[in-house]
Design a binder for this molecule. Structure first.
Ligand SMILES: [Zn+2]
Length: 262
């Protein structure tokens, strides 16, 4: 059966309120489990472990079948000296300074990943098996650090990367499926998003995996949120609603070689 994965990007104490509403409404249309992309210390504005009620909320969601995924550490990129024009464009225009793992070295990424794993170990919830970089921007060095830290998958805008199968960028390690995602920054972007995602959804009708990546601002715009709920409701009727973790696990099971006849 084909799958639907809904991922909630930027979960933190700062965004708990809209996500509570979003998760309730998604459950109402059949999406009862999601991948929750959690930021340990969102923009340095309050560590998740310092908010006990937030931690209990996360633990409750994990018990209910949602998956916790590490989503950067601060979700904020520190500007560097001598940046190239491309780096400046990515940082200031494309990600608005949020591409934290876009150009980290392997060592820098490893430090943040180790800290995140230590933080998540304090929760009464299964350890995350996935890491997804802010804005899906992950340098090669950082990707290597993610693999070495023991995460079993990461995702990009257009693909899911199964890190635990061959581990050598083999084509079987990738599942190609572009995520539906919305830009709510201004009126024209919202209009383009509605059109683009309607087209993309039609194009992805028959792919084995449909991905829907949601952010808190999506909930503030009625026409965007209505389209999201409609797409989620339709997809949940004939696709199996999964988390990325379950999707990867079922993929591994499918690869198990059949025992040879004796
Ligand atoms: Zn994010």
């Amino acid at each position: 059966m084909s799958a639907l994965v809904v991922s909630m990007h930027d979960v933190s104490p700062l965004t708990r309120e809209p996500f509570t509403q979003m998760l309730r409404e998604l459950a109402g249309v059949g999406v009862t489990k999601t991948s929750l992309l959690v930021i340990p210390d969102h923009h340095h504005r309050g560590h998740m472990l310092d908010d006990v009620s937030f931690c209990r909320w996360l633990e409750g969601l994990a018990k209910a079948g949602h998956e916790l995924v590490v989503h950067g550490y601060y979700h904020q990129r520190t500007p560097r000296g001598n940046e190239t024009a491309r780096q400046r464009w990515i940082n200031s225009i494309y990600t608005q300074g949020e591409g934290e793992f876009y150009d980290l070295s392997e060592e820098e990424a490893a430090t943040l990943l180790a800290r995140a794993k230590e933080n998540f170990s304090k929760l009464d919830a299964p350890a995350p098996t996935g890491f997804i970089a802010p804005a899906w921007l992950l340098s090669d060095g950082a990707c290597e650090a993610v693999r070495k830290a023991g995460f079993s998958y990461t995702t990009y805008l257009t693909k899911v990367y199964d890190l635990s199968r061959t581990g050598h960028d083999h084509q079987d390690d990738f599942v190609f499926s572009q995520s539906l995602v919305y830009s709510c920054r201004n009126r024209s972007r919202r209009a383009c998003s509605l059109l683009w995602n309607a087209l993309l959804r039609r194009r992805l009708q028959r792919v084995p995996l449909m991905r829907l990546g949601l952010h808190p601002p999506d909930y503030q715009h009625g026409n965007i949120w209505r389209q999201i709920l409609r797409f989620a409701c339709e997809a949940a009727k004939w696709r199996e609603v999964q988390t990325y973790q379950k999707f990867i696990e079922s993929r591994h099971r499918a690869f198990v070689p059949r025992p040879s006849p004796v």
